[in-house]
Design a protein around this ligand. Structure first.
Ligand code: NAP
Length: 262
């Protein structure tokens, strides 16, 4: 793994001459896809926002930090000789997805969105869908004990609900000032087993699970645990991806990239 300083990043940009694929990451699929390209001998750089202190990433070139909006990403694509962009960011990373679409169009670089399918309810699930975290937060029953499996950027929506009790689990510690009043914060890095999740929900006497419809397998066990315990789950729906080609799996994205390079 290579962690460039701004200086070495500039040297790399100057030195690079071969075509390469930029993978916008922060997800398991992004890392898997980058590894797959690298194993196939395709030059790849994996980009991370830098939100996680010790990210788990494959042994490919990695760059860390924002690009500086659409213009910054467009400049990066041109200077680094990027031949294709795979946006494999999280389904709720809407700003990065929009920026990637706009910058790739401006730089005339092909772009694909790798978007894993959302979760669908099964028999026995007690799910309710909500358009936004704010709408969901406003409807929470007073006194509820909630497992709040949301992104840190969504926590402000729950700040006014001091009449509820929240349990949060994050990879890195959260600053106390962004936690809803009376929240319990614990640390944990997925994937979690069904047993882990059932134990967590029981131990904290949770009566409602709140999450975004992120999809994927890494965070799905809490939904199965909720079903088994008969608990309701409230899910925030995903934002629509920008227009353009979509792949649902790493295999599909890989086929798209191979076709592009043939
Ligand atoms: P966001 O709101 O869509 O993006 C905010 C800004 O962060 C972007 O404008 C960009 O800064 C920078 N950024 C985001 N992803 C980046 C990447 N892969 N490489 C370089 N810069 C990136 O994103 P977010 O929701 O804060 O998510 C940040 C990262 O965490 C993403 O990589 C995402 O895949 C990952 N993640 C997000 C969630 C979630 O719940 N949203 C969950 C798990 C993982 P500039 O404008 O300066 O370029």
């Amino acid at each position: 793994m290579w962690w460039p300083s701004p200086a070495t990043d500039a040297c790399w940009r100057a030195a690079v001459s071969e075509p390469r694929i930029l993978v916008l990451g922060g997800t398991t699929e992004a890392s898997e896809f980058a590894r797959r390209l690298s194993d196939a001998g395709i030059a790849v750089v994996l980009s991370l926002a830098g939100r996680t202190a010790r990210p788990v990433v494959p042994t490919v070139d990695v760059r860390v930090g924002g690009f500086g909006g659409i213009a910054g990403l467009e400049r990066y694509l041109q200077e680094a000789g990027v031949t294709a962009v795979i946006d494999a960011t999280h389904p709720f990373a809407a700003r990065m997805a929009a920026n990637a679409a706009a910058a790739a169009t401006a730089a005339a670089v092909p772009r694909l969105k790798l978007l894993r399918p959302g979760w669908s309810a099964r028999e026995g699930d007690r799910w309710t869908a909500w358009p936004t975290p704010t709408a969901l937060a406003a409807a929470l029953p007073a006194g509820a004990r909630i497992f709040l499996a949301m992104g840190r950027q969504d926590l402000a929506s729950f700040a006014g609900r001091s009449d509820c009790r929240f349990l949060l689990r994050t990879v890195d510690p959260l600053p106390a000032e962004i936690l809803p009043a009376g929240a319990t914060a614990i640390l944990g890095r997925g994937p979690f087993t069904l047993e882990d999740e059932e134990d967590l929900l029981r131990r904290h006497e949770i009566d409602l699970v709140v999450s975004r419809n992120a999809g994927g397998t890494g965070a799905a066990a809490k939904l199965t645990a909720a079903r088994r315990l008969g608990l309701p789950v409230w899910l925030v729906e995903r934002p629509a991806p920008p227009p353009g080609p979509l792949a649902a799996t790493v295999d599909e994205a890989f086929a798209w990239a191979r076709k592009l390079m043939s």
